[in-house]
Design a protein around this ligand. Structure first.
Ligand code: XIL
Length: 350
């Protein structure tokens, strides 16, 4: 098994906004954009981006000014990018990748395999093991191949564990068997040898049954030479926060396996409407999670699931909850923004 102390933080290719000529950035940039401050800490600050919002001027401007890593929120999922068995549809994801490149941002690809947002032809096809493997190989060769060299980090598999740490029941587990995971990593590594390949999940940030299961499973993959490079912690949390000590301990054990660590989908939801107290509590949660990442040398980035409350999955998926992101619905920075900014500023002060 690989087991080595890490000397350097994982370094992705992104630039500080200040260095980009002709980017979308300057107009709306606040005094010191988050991406410049985060870059001073050696990490990328990212957000999921939704294609339909890109034509809103405030959306594109704030994104380009403030963030250095972009995750297509839905556009790389199977139902969008592979709508028919013999048809791939790259236009929307291409537009997001091009925008990222024009703004010196790194791209976080999401995701090559999931149990949700799959097209009907796949879920209803009644395919057996061999055909499922062929389909998976075609998908990963084509999609990871299409973006080869342009995606810094791929979520190769997303949410493949149950909360008890066992493998999740899904079309992949049911029709292929547990080796679909190592197959996916091998295929991704062949299609894009330079991308960092990540196993991503939720509720795995502290030491619990799910993260224990992931730890055992990934340890076994690494021992057998499967090209897994990192673990993603989604971190969809509430203003009650998380046990930060347990998060730090958990990161430490995954880092000791030689893995990169990425916070991949951070948002901190509250019950609506927001109050001064809930906004302050939210700011504390953002700050403590960012601090835990910065304190762990293997942590390569803090990426949020959106950046403005104008476009967030929370209100429609968790009715009554929302206001989960550091910019409000009118793109004004919230206390959470100030907390991130202050925490990142500490890096350059050191
Ligand atoms: C969500 C998107 O934000 C929604 O727009 C979509 O309708 C459903 O998926 N974990 C993940 C993401 O890994 O892909 C999910 O994104 C949010 C939870």
């Amino acid at each position: 098994m690989r087991s080595h102390a890490r000397l350097d933080r994982p370094r992705l290719q992104f630039a500080a906004a200040a260095l980009i000529a002709g980017s979308l950035a300057p107009a709306a940039a606040l005094a010191q954009p988050l991406r410049d401050l985060a870059s001073g800490c050696g990490i990328g600050i990212g957000a999921a981006v939704t294609y339909s919002a890109l034509n809103e001027p405030a959306y594109a401007t704030t994104l380009g000014a403030e963030l250095s890593v972009v995750t297509p929120e839905n556009e790389m999922k199977w139902s969008n990018i592979h709508p028919q068995r013999t048809q791939f549809s790259f236009d929307r994801a291409d537009a997001i990748v091009a925008l990222a490149e024009a703004n010196g941002m790194a791209v976080h690809g999401h995701t090559l395999l999931w149990h949700q947002q799959n097209p009907g032809w796949l879920t209803n096809g009644g395919f057996g093991r061999d055909e499922m493997i062929q389909i998976l190989a075609d998908h990963i060769d084509t999609v990871a191949g299409h973006y080869s060299g342009r995606v810094a980090v791929w979520d190769v598999v997303n949410e493949v564990f149950e909360s008890d740490g066992s493998l999740r029941r899904s079309i992949w587990l049911d029709r292929v068997g547990p080796d679909y995971i190592e197959l996916a990593f091998q295929l991704a590594s062949n299609a894009d040898p330079n991308a960092r390949l990540v196993i991503n999940d939720y509720s795995n940030e502290t030491i619990n049954a799910k993260s224990n299961g992931m730890y055992a499973f990934i340890s076994d993959l690494l021992a057998r030479g499967v090209p897994v490079h990192g673990i993603g912690f989604q971190l969809h949390v509430t203003t009650s926060g998380i046990n930060v000590q347990s998060f730090a301990d958990n990161m430490r054990r995954f880092a000791a396996l030689g893995l990169d660590i990425y916070i991949t989908e951070l948002d901190v939801r509250m019950q609506l409407p927001p109050t001064a107290a809930s906004l302050a509590a939210q700011a504390n949660v953002y700050r403590s999670i960012a601090g835990a990442c910065l304190d762990q040398p293997a942590c390569g980035g803090i990426w949020m699931w959106g950046f403005t409350d104008a476009h967030s999955w929370i209100p429609s998926f968790m009715p009554g909850w929302g206001a989960a992101l550091p910019f409000d619905e009118r793109y004004a920075p919230k206390p959470a923004y100030d907390a991130l900014s202050a925490r990142f500023a500490e890096c350059s002060a050191r």
